[in-house]
Write a protein of this length. Structure first.
Length: 276
């Protein structure tokens, strides 16, 4: 415990509150600081352990499944947060973070979108779970959550990075705030677009949704076909400095977008991000 506290101090010292918010998930997972996290004053909801039973597994893309679990007790989480999946094996405990993509208004079940990592430790096991299988979950964790502000919200996501954002979009729909939402979502190919039906639903409700492919598209593809870059943001976001940005995706994508947003003079307190 003392070792963990020292480690946390060393970790937190160089970070501003904003950067702490933006890398908390990675820190908690990488250094197994779950117990210490539970005692942090920034935590706004209670962290619990759940027994969860798989009630549906949907093949969303060739490599991603959305898994829905029924919980043994109610969960209270903020859209954008994640849970830790706990796997115990021969005295070893393995924990991995997975963002919740379901609405926070359904406290008896949760969904997550799982990408099977080749040669990964936990994701292949969870990916191939059969209906009725039970797992242990811990959570909720994370500060990548919606901030109340009158500014337009711009969501930039890549791959499974759309997961926490989906949960946020459900929340904004409930608050009838879809008109002030722009989502730019990047996937490699058309078959890799996650939650296409759900994104179409939010578009129907008034959000502006742009899907861009970075590798290839069929001749019938009508969306964008390039990476999310400064030119694309200048095209779709009229006054970037007056917007809130929520960015989620791979470390490389998030890093490059943070540089782009800085170049567009977006104040750092308007930028929230999560990466894995
Ligand atoms: C806040 C947060 C939210 C997340 N949300 C999601 C989500 O919603 N969906 C999702 O799919 N993932 C999410 N992740 C990622 C997830 O937590 C796991 O990191 C991911 O599933 C891989 O776990 P694993 O145990 O299968 O792979 P690991 O065993 O952790 O390995 C990861 C990769 O490293 C490689 N690797 C492992 N060991 C070595 C080695 N010795 N040398 C070289 N390469 C090696 C593996 O081949 C694999 O490709 C999130 C992560 C964070 C931090």
């Amino acid at each position: 415990m003392v070792r963990q506290k020292l480690l946390l101090l060393v970790l937190l010292f160089p970070f501003s509150p904003d950067s702490l918010e933006n890398c908390l998930g990675v820190i908690v997972q990488k250094f197994s600081l779950h117990n210490l996290y539970n005692s942090l004053p920034v935590r706004s909801v209670v962290v619990s352990t759940f027994n969860a039973s798989l009630i549906s597994a949907v093949q969303e893309t060739p490599r991603i499944r959305s898994l829905t679990f029924a919980l043994d007790k109610l969960i209270s989480f903020k859209p954008g947060q994640f849970v830790m999946l706990v796997h115990r094996e021969q005295g070893r405990v393995i924990k991995r973070a997975y963002s919740l993509c379901s609405p926070s208004s359904m406290p008896n079940r949760i969904s997550l979108a799982l990408n099977e990592m080749m040669n990964g430790t936990l994701s292949p096991l969870i990916y191939h779970l059969k209906k009725g299988a039970t797992v242990e979950l811990e959570g909720p964790y994370g500060l990548f959550t919606l901030h109340d502000s009158p500014r337009k919200k711009v969501f930039l996501a890549g791959g499974t990075g759309i997961s926490p954002i989906l949960s946020m979009l459900y929340e904004l729909e409930q608050q009838k705030k879809m008109q002030d939402v722009l989502v730019i979502y990047s996937a490699k190919k058309e078959e890799d677009i996650l939650f296409r039906k759900e994104l179409a639903h939010f578009e129907h409700k008034g959000a502006h949704v742009v899907i861009t492919l970075t590798e290839e598209a069929s001749s019938s593809w009508k969306g964008e076909l390039r990476r999310i870059d400064q030119a694309m943001l200048e095209q779709y976001v009229k006054k970037p400095a007056a917007c809130d940005f929520y960015v989620c995706g791979s470390p490389q994508m998030v890093q490059s977008l943070l540089q782009t947003l800085a170049a567009l003079k977006v104040p750092s307190e308007h930028i929230h991000h999560e990466r894995w």
